[in-house]
Design a protein. Structure first.
Length: 81
């Protein structure tokens, strides 16, 4: 809407526009707050997933060492027999 068109509007029409934009603004504010809350939850989940991944990596490394020791023990046993 151009400035010229705005100037031709009556007070009632201007008031209706004002109410419309206020309602729109309120709705967008609520949506923004909901999205912020969801983002916070997703960040928290991402941190938890990162911690789980670190634990899995550590466990995998421990299992790898156990496998190597087991293989070495079997080799040593076979060589000593």
């Amino acid at each position: 809407m151009t400035d010229k068109e705005l100037r031709k509007l009556t007070r009632t029409e201007l008031y209706e526009l004002l109410l419309y934009f206020k309602n729109e603004s309120d709705q967008l504010r609520e949506e923004n707050e909901a999205l912020k809350a969801e983002l916070g939850m997703l960040r928290s989940m991402n941190n938890e997933i990162g911690e789980i991944l670190d634990t899995v990596r550590e466990s995998s490394e421990i299992l790898r060492h156990i496998r190597v020791r087991t293989v070495n023990a079997k080799k040593n046993k076979a060589e000593s027999e």
